[in-house]
Design a protein around this ligand. Structure first.
Ligand SMILES: *[C@@H]1O[C@H](CO)[C@@H](O)[C@H](O)[C@H]1NC(C)=O
Ligand SMILES: *[C@@H]1O[C@H](CO)[C@@H](O)[C@H](O)[C@H]1NC(C)=O
Length: 379
């Protein structure tokens, strides 16, 4: 890996007049002469396999480099009529936030009316979903923003579920008293429900995976042992890729705590809160419409091993993790139905106003929050 990197650096340094990105594609900078691009749907994925799950089916003919995107995914792709565009953020919260902000602030895009399909694969809790299931969230909850003490040092606290506890709280059951503002995002439930209905139309044809995937599912009680299905339930964000029953149980409780009993977590991933924070900040100024965001996650693996499987490391490394391939297939299968529904019934979908609270724990977009406290300790 080192050698090509050195060669790349040499090329850049040796030819300062050349664009540092070795690309044939136009760069959408404030100085480019390209006309304004205003897609009806923006598809956002997080890493290469998710992008390919779409690009192998889609006919993207326009490709642009957008300054500020991940070096691994510098391009935006659009269809011939520019009704659908697509980019990939890069994985984790830092990549997701920076990439999304770069798209939103690029003056060549007009995104005021655009619908967003944030979609990827994620871990799933077998008490809510199974591998290959496709989920649509109303809440995105950032579970990594907490204190943590290694449980090995918590010998005097045998009843603590994990080493996590909220900022400003005294123990794992305390409500956070100090927040950063990105802990919870609530999305347009009416739009979410319409996306679920679109997905349900293809539920019977979802990929069920291979024999190993089915055998693993059969080791869990329902609904873990079911055929893949489409469901509305909520997503967790954490840069830390955790697994295991202890964290699963704790985050089930934590997601209820921080949303005042509203959220039911079923998928775990590393980006939504970051992406949503960028959208929320610029929605406040009308650059983009937060009411038009859909969050979809297909389940690629179970977040915990089945009963009786006692070595989590062995489970993580050696056991069939569920089915990344079927989750990617189902991501596209369901996702394209949602995209078609938006394009084919555009006026109807545009009219779907939210009847629930929209936004973050600070109330940045106005309205009455159904989670969070009136006051926090602000630092
Ligand atoms: C993102 O998700 C995490 C949990 O995974 C949550 O705590 C956080 O509030 C969410 N929102 C943002 C903007 O990160
Ligand atoms: C959520 O729960 C906290 C802690 O019990 C409480 O202080 C707050 O008022 C509740 N928020 C709403 C909107 O009910």
């Amino acid at each position: 890996m080192l050698l090509p990197f050195i060669l790349f650096l040499t090329t850049v340094i040796a030819s300062p007049l050349q664009t540092p990105l070795n690309t044939e594609y136009e760069i959408l900078s404030p100085y480019s002469s390209h006309r304004s691009i205003s897609p009806r749907v923006f598809i956002v994925t997080m890493f290469e396999p998710e992008e390919s799950a779409w690009t192998k089916h889609m006919n993207y003919v326009h490709h642009f480099v957008v300054p500020g995107l991940s070096p691994l995914h510098p391009q935006v792709h659009c269809t011939a009529d520019y009704q659908i565009c697509h980019f990939t953020t890069g994985e984790g919260e830092i990549n997701a936030a920076n990439s999304m902000m770069s798209i939103l602030l690029n003056p060549k895009f007009n995104l005021r009316d655009t619908f967003w399909l944030l979609n990827g694969i994620g871990g799933g809790t077998p008490t809510e979903v199974t591998t290959g299931s496709v989920t649509f969230a109303k809440y995105a909850i950032q579970v990594g923003l907490q204190y943590q003490i290694d449980p090995k040092e918590l010998t005097g606290y045998p009843d603590w579920p994990t080493g996590y506890f909220s900022y400003g709280a005294k123990d794992p059951w305390g409500y956070p008293d100090s927040v950063y503002g990105t802990e919870v995002f609530e999305l347009n439930e009416n739009l979410r429900d319409r996306a679920i209905a679109a997905g349900k139309r293809v539920e019977q044809s979802l990929d069920i995976g291979n024999d190993e995937n089915i055998a693993l599912r059969n080791q869990f009680p329902a609904p873990g042992n079911a055929k893949p299905f489409v469901k509305g339930c909520d997503v967790l964000t954490s840069d830390n890729y955790w697994i295991g029953e202890t964290f699963d149980n704790y985050f089930i409780e934590y997601s209820k705590l921080i949303t005042n009993g509203s959220a039911t977590y079923c998928s775990a991933a590393q980006e939504e809160n970051a992406t949503l924070e960028a959208i929320l900040r610029l929605s406040k100024f009308g650059y983009v419409n937060y009411e038009r965001v859909i969050v979809m996650r297909a389940i690629s693996n179970f977040v915990k091993a089945p009963e009786g499987f006692n070595d989590p490391v062995d489970f993580f490394h050696n056991y069939p993790k569920g089915g990344i391939e079927l989750s990617l297939n189902n991501l596209y299968k369901v996702g394209i139905e949602v995209v078609k529904d938006i394009l084919d019934n555009y006026d109807e979908v545009c009219a779907l106003k939210a009847s629930n609270y929209l936004g973050d724990i600070f109330g940045t977009l106005g309205g009455v929050r159904d989670f969070g406290k009136d006051k926090y300790t602000v630092h």
